[in-house]
Design a protein around this ligand. Structure first.
Ligand code: HGA
Length: 609
């Protein structure tokens, strides 16, 4: 996903722009570029490769400047190439952009009719020419950006500089993230704080619709209608090194608490837009998803659990048959290939050997429609797949995956909606409803994280146990699986998960007072069935720990402990229900004193078979 850096300062800002881009590299990108005023002239450099290449281009030119914009691109409109890399220019004016302009085709056609010639396939170039056109009418740069952004539909964060007005840079946002950095020697802006810590800790978060002017001696912010507005200056406590622990005891705890931000980053593409575009999975996705007749998801471990949740979503919403298979099994069994199947591979690192091999195996069987969902953009799996979606969880250090899992779920929810839409099975009303729920997800997750103190108390009771049973039904059954996996991998307590309806077919024999039973009890259509299963446990003396949505109406009683979750969150409820299970295993492990971030016998990237 792309990133923006903008700077105006008394120092040479070229190294600042480049270092800022390096800090944004983790977001994933396919090309990079910058535009600066060097001796008053606009110089644009672009590279279809890494930021390091752009840096050496800048070095060769001995580029020096006091004002400029820079960008890492993750293509949505037009293939990754130098020609499509940002900044895009229109007669001495340069623009960088994150997001998708949904009405760019109309704007483009209009501008072409006025004589503007487009050099790229991007939606962004339309912003540059529209801005130029507005300037022709005599308004100043700031007003021209305001008028331009008011015509844009979709999501954007933009940075603008122009030769004609060398003493200010303009930035604006709606949907995509952007914040200002107030420096000692000038003003800065970037997609995230990490890019600015090199120059300042004083940051100003822009709100949707905000427009800001950056000058050497300060800045101003206005709303979309031009009304001036004050935005608070925060002192960032972020460390310059994003993977430092900060106030947390372990990476796992830090990563659990980073989930609202990780989800917001992953969902950036839909933050402002009113509709879902298949293009977020790659330039050829529209065609590929429309031609998909079946979905096969291949993954391992936690990623496999996210796939299992997605199966419920894809079949019930997109109405497309979906199978999920453990990658290490798939690669070695004789299966029946089907070229109309979309093969989805999921891996945090993108290097998981079994998943990579399964992807190659599927391709060798003639299945060329492939999609990688990964957290590491340059990884082998991403390079191997035709389509990709990069989750933006940021570096995940703890071996037990947490934020990678919830961001994978977010990616899979987007895939479900994109598939449903391509197949004409998503009404405009449902699209709006699902997208609204997705956009609200970071806030909903933050609310669940507030339950930590209560979960800590529960964890005390678990640490003395040898075994635990996790129960769930429907799309929460995979969440029970994930809860059991988390508990065993970091606290070494033996845990099993079952679809609650399976209890009486065997595992009920294990239940006694030494076997805590954890139940995931969302207030959904299966709740009454689940309640009967819980009665079966209670009748055998099993102690129940129930994560119940508000409205589940399961009374607390002797041997039945209830933790109340927020309102039922519909389709996306699994994303919320996994959070307390992550916290439960983390705190159980703390009580047991295990090495939380590096559990015995396990490695983070499973690059061996
Ligand atoms: N739509 C623009 C910018 C894409 C983007 O924000 N990627 O993360 C383009 O395709 O160039």
């Amino acid at each position: 996903m792309c990133g923006i850096v903008t700077a105006i300062a008394t120092r040479n800002i070229v190294p600042v722009l480049l270092e800022g881009l390096r800090k944004l590299e983790y977001r994933g990108y396919d090309s990079a570029g910058l535009a600066v005023l060097h001796n008053g002239e606009m110089v644009r450099l672009r590279s279809a490769g890494r930021v390091a290449e752009l840096a050496s281009l800048a070095d060769n030119r001995q580029l020096q400047a006091n004002i400029g914009i820079a960008h890492t691109r993750w293509a949505t409109h037009g293939v990754p190439s130098e020609r499509n890399a940002h900044p895009h220019v229109s007669a001495g004016l340069a623009v960088v952009h994150n997001g998708i302009i949904e009405n760019f085709e109309t704007i483009k056609a209009d501008l072409q009719a006025k004589g503007y010639v487009f050099e790229s396939d991007t939606d962004t170039e339309a912003i540059a020419h529209l801005l130029h056109h507005k300037l022709q009418s005599g308004v100043d740069l700031f007003e021209a950006v305001r008028l331009t952004t008011n015509e844009l539909l979709g999501a954007y964060a933009i940075g603008v500089v122009t030769e004609a007005d060398p003493f200010r840079a303009i930035v604006a946002r709606r949907g995509s993230p952007l914040l200002l950095g107030v420096g000692e020697d000038g003003m800065y802006a970037a997609s995230d704080t990490a890019a600015l810590l090199q120059v300042t800790r004083k940051v100003v978060y822009l709100e949707d619709g905000d427009l800001a002017e950056l000058r050497l001696d300060g800045y101003k912010v206005v709303l979309a209608d031009g009304t001036p507005v004050e935005r608070e200056v925060h002192l960032s406590s972020l460390s310059a090194d994003a993977v430092e622990l900060g106030k947390y005891r372990h990476y796992m705890q830090k990563e659990i608490f980073e989930q609202p931000q990780a989800l917001a980053n992953t969902l950036e593409m839909i933050a402002g837009g009113g509709s879902i575009s298949a293009q977020i999975f790659g330039v050829s996705a529209t065609e590929s998803l429309a031609a998909t007749r079946r979905v096969l998801v291949l993954a391992c471990g936690t990623s496999y659990h996210s796939a299992l949740v997605a199966r419920y979503w894809i079949e019930s919403i997109a109405k497309i048959p979906c199978t999920v298979e453990i990658a290490s099994e798939y690669r070695y069994r004789e299966s029946v290939p089907d070229p109309e199947t979309l093969v989805v591979v999921i891996s945090q690192s993108g290097e998981t050997a079994d998943t990579l091999a399964a992807l190659k195996h599927a391709k060798s069987l003639g299945m060329s429609k492939t999609l990688a969902i990964c957290n590491v953009p340059e990884s082998a799996i991403v390079r191997e797949a035709a389509l990709r979606f990069i989750t933006r969880a940021g570096p995940e250090i703890g071996v037990a995956s947490t934020k990678a899992f919830t961001t994978q779920l977010a990616a899979l929810a987007l895939l479900t909606l994109a598939l449903a839409k391509q197949h004409g099975r998503l009404s405009a009303e449902d699209e709006t409803r699902y997208l609204t729920a997705l956009r609200h997800l970071p806030v909903a997750v933050a609310k669940v994280l507030e339950l930590e103190p209560q979960i800590e108390q529960w964890a005390q009771k678990f640490s003395g146990k040898q075994h635990a049973l996790f129960l769930g039904r429907g799309r929460h059954w995979p969440i029970a699986m994930e809860g059991a996996l988390k508990l065993k991998e970091i606290s070494y307590i033996h845990a099993e998960s079952y679809a609650a309806g399976e209890l009486k077919h065997g595992p009920l024999a294990l239940v006694d007072k030494e076997m805590p039973v954890i139940a995931i009890a969302p207030a959904d259509e299966l709740l009454e069935k689940l309640k009967s299963n819980l009665q079966e446990v209670r009748a055998r003396g099993g102690e129940l720990y129930v994560f119940a949505d508000a409205g589940s109406e399961i009374p607390e009683s002797e041997g039945v402990h209830i933790l109340h979750m927020p309102e039922h969150y519909g389709m996306l409820s699994p994303v919320l229900h996994v959070i307390p299970l992550q916290l439960l295993s983390y705190h159980a492990a703390l009580v047991k004193g295990t090495d939380v971030d590096k559990p015995r016998n396990l490695a983070k990237s499973v690059t061996v078979e």
